[in-house]
Design a protein around this ligand. Structure first.
Ligand code: C2E
Ligand code: CA
Ligand code: CA
Length: 535
C-alpha cells in the first residue's frame, strides 16, 4: 500500500508537470490570462503534491486515509492533464481553421492567387513602408468571348492558365493578384516604369502563345496600364485607378501597354465611370428604348421605326449614345446592351401590334455584336419564339471602322439573312460603306448618313452624292433611307429623287413607345395594319 501510494503521487506529479507544459503552450497560442492563472495553479498543485510525497517518505508509514488521498491526487492530476491536452487539441484545430479562413479571405479560389483585398493590403503596406513600386493593371482581351462562346468551364481554365503564366514572369518580392473577373494586378517594388514595360511585354508575348483547353487551342492577350508610387497616387485606390485609366487609354488607342500620365485622367475618368455605370444600368433596368419613325416618301406613312437607346445616369444626367456606345464597345459591354435591346424589342413589337401598328423596327448592331455567338443565338431564339420577330426586325450595321475588321462579314451577314432578317447598311458614305462592301455584302437597304443630307438644298456636292447614292442603291436592288431630314425643302428634294424613306427631326425625334404610337396615330389617323415594309 505504501509503495503504491508513493508511485501514485509521483505519477501525479509527472502528469501535472506535463499538464503544466501543455498549459504553457496554450498560453503562448492564446495569450489568454485565464490560462496563465491555470498554469500558476498547476504549479501550486505540483508543490502541494511534492510536499505530500516528501512527508509520506519521511513518515515511512501509511494510513488508509493517506492511501485514499494518494488515489484522489492521482485522479486529479489525470483530470488536469486530460483537460489541458483536449484544450490544446481544440485550440490547435481552431487555429488551423482560422488560418484556412484567413487564406481563403485573402486568396482567389480559382487561381489561388491573392485577391483584391490582399492586393490592397499589400499596396497599403508598401505605402506605409515608403517603398517605391510600379503597379500594373492587366485586363484579358478576349475573356468574355471565350466565356460566352465556349462556356464557363473553358473560361475558368483560361483564367487559371493565364494566372500561372503571369506568375512565371515575376521575381521574388514581386506580387500578383486576381482582383476581378479577368483583371489581374502585378506589383513590382523598387522597379522602374521601363522595367515594368519590359515585364508587361514579356507577359503579353507569353499570353499570345496558344492555350490548349479541353482539346481546343485558343490564344489570348492582355491590355495593361501601369501606375507608379509615389508619383501617381498616395493610396491603393488612387494607384489602382491610375493604372485602370492607363489601361483604358491603351485599349482605346489600340496599344498593349500604357503608362499613366495626368493628361489621360479627365477623359478616361469619365469613360471609366460610364463603363461602370453601364453595368449598374443593365442590372437595374435603367436603359430605355426610344423609337424614331421612318416615313415612306411615296405614301407619307410610317413604315418603320429606328430603336435608339436613351439613358439617364444615376445622377439624373442624360448620357448621349454617341458617348456611351463607344465606351460599351471598347469594354465589350455592347453585346449585353444589344441583348437587352432585342428582348425589349420583342416585347415592344407586341405593344405596337396591339395599337394597330405593324411596322419593322430597326436595331443598331455593332461589329462586336456580329462577332458574338450570344447575339446570333439570341436572334435565333427570338425568331423561333415570336413568329413575327424576323419579319419585323431590320438589323442596322454600325461602327464604321470595325466592320472592316470583321474577319468574314459576308458570311456573318448571310447567316443572319438566312434566319430571315433584313439588313441595312447604316451611315452610308462614311468609312466602311465603300463600293466594294456595297457590292459584296448581302444587304437590303442603305441609310444615307445625315452629314450628306444636312443642308442638301444649299450644298451642291452633298446633293450630287445623295442623288447618285440613291441611283446606285436602286441599281443594286436596295431601298434607301435618308437620315437627318430636318426641313420640308430637304424632304422635297429627296422625294423628287425617288428616295424611298426618310427619317429626321422634320417628322419626329426618337420618342418613348407610347408617344411614338400616339405620333403615328396622329400622322395616320386611319392606320389599321401597315403594309409590310420594303415590299
Ligand atoms: P445612328 O444609328 O446614325 O442613329 C441616328 C441618330 O441620328 C440618332 O442619334 C438620332 O436621334 C439622330 N437623328 C435623327 N434625326 C435627326 C435629325 O433630323 N437631325 C440630326 N442632327 N440628328 C438626327 P442618337 O440617338 O444620338 O444616336 C447616335 C448614334 O448612337 C446612333 O447613330 C448609333 O450609331 C448609336 N446608337 C444609338 N442607339 C444605339 C443602340 O441601341 N445600339 C447601338 N449599337 N448603337 C446605338
Ligand atoms: Ca442607325
Ligand atoms: Ca445612321
Amino acid at each position: 500500500m505504501f509503495t503504491f501510494a508513493i508511485i501514485s503521487i509521483a505519477a501525479g506529479i509527472l502528469f501535472l508537470a506535463y499538464g503544466l507544459l501543455i498549459a504553457r503552450k496554450i498560453c503562448t497560442k492564446t495569450r489568454h490570462k485565464g490560462w496563465k492563472v491555470l498554469s500558476g495553479l498547476i504549479a501550486c498543485f505540483i508543490v502541494g503534491y511534492s510536499a505530500v510525497l516528501v512527508s509520506l517518505i519521511i513518515e515511512n508509514s501509511i494510513t488508509p486515509v493517506l492511501f485514499g488521498l494518494s488515489i484522489i491526487l492521482l485522479s486529479g492530476s489525470v483530470f488536469v492533464l486530460m483537460v489541458a491536452s483536449f484544450s490544446l487539441k481544440t485550440i490547435s484545430q481552431l487555429h488551423v481553421l482560422a488560418e484556412e479562413e484567413k487564406y481563403n479571405a485573402l486568396h482567389d479560389s480559382l487561381t489561388s492567387l491573392p485577391n483584391r483585398k490582399h492586393c490592397i493590403e499589400t499596396i497599403q503596406m508598401l505605402i506605409e513602408q515608403n517603398v517605391p513600386f510600379q503597379l500594373m493593371h492587366l485586363d484579358v482581351v478576349n475573356f468574355k468571348q471565350v466565356n460566352d462562346g465556349m462556356g464557363h468551364f473553358c473560361g475558368d481554365h483560361l483564367l487559371m492558365m493565364i494566372g500561372q503564366r503571369i506568375r512565371s514572369h515575376i521575381e521574388k518580392g514581386d506580387f500578383v493578384a486576381r482582383i476581378g473577373g479577368d483583371e489581374f494586378v502585378v506589383i513590382l517594388p523598387k522597379k522602374s516604369p521601363e522595367q515594368a514595360t519590359q515585364i508587361a511585354k514579356g507577359i503579353n508575348i507569353d499570353l499570345n502563345k496558344p492555350f490548349v483547353i479541353d482539346g481546343f487551342e485558343l490564344t489570348s492577350g492582355a491590355v495593361m496600364g501601369v501606375s507608379t508610387y509615389p508619383s501617381h497616387g498616395q493610396s491603393a485606390e488612387q494607384l489602382i485607378n491610375a493604372a485602370d485609366i492607363a489601361m483604358y487609354w491603351a485599349k482605346s488607342s489600340e496599344l498593349e501597354i500604357a503608362i499613366f500620365s495626368c493628361e489621360m485622367n479627365q477623359d478616361a475618368r469619365r469613360k471609366l465611370k460610364i463603363s461602370r455605370q453601364i453595368d449598374e444600368a443593365l442590372e437595374n433596368n435603367r436603359f430605355q428604348l426610344f423609337y424614331q419613325p421612318i416615313i415612306s416618301c411615296k405614301a407619307n406613312t410610317v413604315e418603320g421605326y429606328e430603336a435608339l437607346m436613351r439613358w439617364v445616369d444615376p445622377e439624373g444626367v442624360p448620357v448621349d449614345p454617341v458617348e456611351f456606345i463607344p465606351v460599351a464597345e471598347q469594354s465589350n459591354k455592347i453585346t449585353s446592351i444589344t441583348a437587352w435591346i432585342l428582348n425589349q424589342i420583342a416585347l415592344d413589337l407586341a405593344t405596337f401590334q396591339d395599337a394597330g401598328i405593324q411596322c419593322p423596327i430597326h436595331v443598331n448592331l455593332s461589329a462586336k455584336d456580329l462577332m458574338s455567338r450570344n447575339i446570333e443565338n439570341l436572334l435565333t431564339k427570338l425568331a423561333c419564339k415570336h413568329s413575327t420577330f424576323v419579319r419585323n426586325v431590320v438589323l442596322e450595321l454600325t461602327e464604321t471602322a470595325a466592320i472592316n475588321r470583321l474577319r468574314d462579314p459576308e458570311n456573318k451577314l448571310r447567316s443572319l439573312k438566312d434566319l430571315g432578317f433584313q439588313i441595312a447598311l447604316d451611315d452610308f458614305g462614311t468609312g466602311y460603306s465603300s463600293l466594294s462592301l456595297l457590292r459584296d455584302l448581302p444587304v437590303d437597304q442603305i441609310k444615307i448618313d445625315r452629314s450628306f443630307v444636312y443642308q442638301l438644298q444649299k450644298n451642291q456636292r452633298n446633293r450630287s452624292i445623295v442623288e447618285n447614292s440613291i441611283a446606285l442603291a436602286h441599281g443594286l436592288g436596295y431601298s434607301v433611307v435618308a437620315e437627318g431630314v430636318e426641313n420640308q425643302t430637304v424632304y422635297n428634294i429627296l422625294r423628287d429623287n425617288q428616295c424611298d424613306f426618310v427619317q429626321g427631326y422634320f417628322f419626329s425625334p426618337a420618342l418613348p413607345i407610347d408617344r411614338a404610337i400616339e405620333w403615328t396615330h396622329n400622322h395616320q389617323p386611319n392606320i389599321l395594319t401597315s403594309v409590310a415594309y420594303n415590299q
